[in-house]
Design a binder for this molecule. Structure first.
Ligand code: GDP
Ligand code: MG
Length: 438
C-alpha cells in the first residue's frame, strides 16, 4: 500500500501546477491502492468522497503547492478513519481493572496478554494473568512461561475446569492479592462458532470486564474486518488490538476495523518479543501507510511557515527574473524557518530539480556565509547588484567577515541563478514573461 501511494504522490509532488484531472487521476489510484490493500469497499468509497469534497473545498487548484495540499488532506482523512486520536485503556474506579481478550485462534491473544502485562508493569501496575483457554494444547503452559519471563503471576485451574469458573476465581484472587489489573486470556477457534461465543458471553457476564479487547491478526485483511464485526455484535467490544503489524501486512485491516465496528484500535503489536506492543496512534499509522514518515510533518511545517502570498509574489518575480538580493534574503529566511534544507528543497515544486543543478550549493554552512554577505549590502546594492564595484565588494567582504573572492563567487552564482530562473520560467510555460496572467 505504501509503495503505491508513494507513487501517486510522487507524481503530484513533482508538479508546480495540478489540474482537476490530475486530482481525479490521483484519487483513482488511491482508490485502487486501498482496494488492493483489502480495505473494505464501503470504507474506500466514503474515504474517496470525503477527500474529494475537502480537496474542492480548499481550492487545491489555486494553491501554490496543490500536490502537498492533497497529500495533507489524504493524510488527515486516513488518520480520522483510524480514530483521530489515541484511545487509552479503560480504567475501573474500583480496582482491579478487568481486561478480557478475545479473538480467533492464532490471532495473538496469549502473546498479547503477556505483552500487555509487561506494558502495565512498566507503569507500576501489578497485573494478574488468568489462563482461561482450556482447549488449545499447552495454552496454559504458554501463558505461564510468559508470566515467568516478566515476573507476573498467572492464575490457572488446569484444563479440566470450566473457563467461566476460572475467570471468576481468578478475579477473586486478584482482589485478595491487590492486583490492580486482571487480564483474561480466552480460547479462540479457527472460525467464529456459537459455542465459543456463548462461552465468551458467559465469562463477560460473570466478570463484567472494563475492557473487551478483540485481538486481530492484521495479515488477514478483509477477513479481519468480518471477524471484528461479528465479535462486536456478540460481545460489544471496547477496543481492538492489531497484531503482526511487523509482517508484510497490507494495512487494510488497520484502515477498516475502526470504520466498520466503530471501536478504537488501542494497541498495535509489532513482533513476537514481549515488549513488541505499542499504544496505537492513528496519525502515526497514517504516516506509515503513506510511507513518508516525517515527510508529512514537514509538509505541515511548510504550510504554516511559507506565507502563501509571499510565495506567489516570489514566483512572479522569478518568472520575470526581477529577483533581487532582498528577495533572496527573504526567501532564505522563510526556508530557514522550516528546518533541514535538503528535505525542504525536495518538497518545493521545482526545487528538487534546482538542487541538482551546478553552482547552487545547499550546504548549510555555505548558506550562513551567503547570508552574512547579503546582509552587509546596502539596500541599493541589494536591489541593483550591478553597481557593486571593486571598492564596494571589498567593503562587503570586510563587513561580513568573508573575502572578496567569496563575494565575487556569490555574485556570479546569483547571476547564474537569475539566468536559470529565466530558463526555468520558460520551462514552466513562461506565462509571466510577457506580463500575462494565465
Ligand atoms: P492465540 O491463539 O490468539 O493465543 O495466538 P498466540 O498468542 O498463541 O500467537 C500465535 C502466533 O502468532 C505465535 O507464534 C506468536 O508468536 C505469533 N504472534 C503474535 N503476535 C505477533 C506479532 O505481533 N508479530 C508477529 N510476527 N508474530 C506474532
Ligand atoms: Mg492462546
Amino acid at each position: 500500500l505504501s509503495n503505491r501511494l508513494q507513487n501517486v504522490f510522487g507524481k503530484l509532488k513533482g508538479k508546480g501546477k495540478v489540474s482537476e484531472n490530475d486530482v481525479k487521476e490521483a484519487m483513482r489510484e488511491v482508490r485502487l491502492a486501498l482496494l488492493e490493500a483489502d480495505v473494505n469497499f464501503k470504507v474506500v468509497k466514503d474515504f474517496i468522497n470525503k477527500v474529494k469534497e475537502k480537496a474542492i473545498g480548499q481550492e487545491v487548484m489555486k494553491s501554490f503547492t496543490p500536490g502537498m495540499v492533497i497529500i495533507d488532506i489524504v493524510n488527515k482523512e486516513l488518520t480520522s478513519l483510524m480514530g483521530e486520536t489515541h484511545s487509552k485503556l479503560n480504567k475501573s474506579n474500583k480496582p482491579p481493572t478487568v481486561i478480557m481478550m478475545a479473538g480467533l485462534q492464532g490471532a495473538g491473544k496469549t502473546t498479547t496478554t503477556g505483552k500487555l502485562a509487561k506494558y502495565l508493569q512498566k507503569q507500576n501496575h501489578k497485573p494478574l494473568l488468568i489462563a482461561a483457554d482450556i482447549y488449545r494444547p499447552a495454552a496454559i503452559k504458554q501463558l505461564q512461561i510468559l508470566g515467568e519471563q516478566i515476573d507476573t503471576p498467572v492464575f490457572s485451574l488446569g484444563d479440566k475446569a470450566n473457563p467461566v469458573e476460572i475467570a471468576k476465581q481468578g478475579l477473586q484472587q486478584a482482589k485478595e492479592n491487590h492486583n490492580d489489573y486482571v487480564i483474561i486470556d480466552t480460547a479462540g477457534r479457527l472460525h467464529i462458532d456459537e459455542d465459543l461465543m456463548n462461552e465468551l458471553k458467559d465469562i463477560k457476564e460473570t466478570v463484567k470486564p472494563d475492557e473487551v479487547l478483540l485481538v486481530v491478526d492484521s495479515m488477514t485483511g478483509q477477513d479481519a474486518v468480518n471477524v471484528a464485526e461479528s465479535f462486536n455484535q456478540q460481545l460489544e467490544l471496547t477496543g481492538v488490538v492489531l497484531t503482526k503489524l511487523d509482517g508484510d501486512t497490507r494495512g487494510g485491516a488497520a484502515l477498516s476495523v475502526k470504520a466498520v465496528t466503530g471501536k478504537p484500535i488501542k494497541f498495535a503489536a509489532m513482533g513476537e518479543k514481549i515488549d513488541a506492543l505499542e499504544p496505537f496512534y492513528p496519525d502515526r499509522m497514517a504516516s506509515r501507510i503513506l510511507g513518508m514518515g516525517d515527510m508529512l510533518s514537514l509538509i505541515e511545517k511548510a504550510q504554516t511557515n511559507i506565507d502563501e502570498e509571499k510565495a506567489k509574489e516570489m514566483e512572479r518575480k522569478m518568472r520575470k527574473a526581477e529577483f533581487t538580493f532582498e528577495d533572496f534574503l527573504e526567501q532564505m529566511e522563510q526556508v530557514r524557518n522550516m528546518g533541514p534544507l535538503d528535505q525542504i528543497m525536495d518538497m518545493m515544486p521545482g526545487m528538487g530539480k534546482m538542487k541538482n543543478m551546478k553552482n547552487l550549493n545547499v550546504d548549510e554552512k555555505q548558506l550562513g556565509r551567503v547570508e552574512a554577505i547579503v546582509r552587509s549590502m546596502t539596500t541599493e546594492e541589494k536591489r541593483k547588484p550591478e553597481i557593486l564595484n571593486a571598492s564596494r565588494r571589498k567593503r562587503i567582504a570586510l563587513g561580513s567577515g568573508t573575502s572578496v573572492k567569496d563575494v565575487n563567487r556569490l555574485l556570479k552564482q546569483f547571476e547564474d541563478m537569475k539566468k536559470m530562473m529565466k530558463q526555468f520560467s520558460t520551462m514552466m510555460g513562461g506565462q509571466g514573461k510577457k506580463g500575462k496572467k494565465p
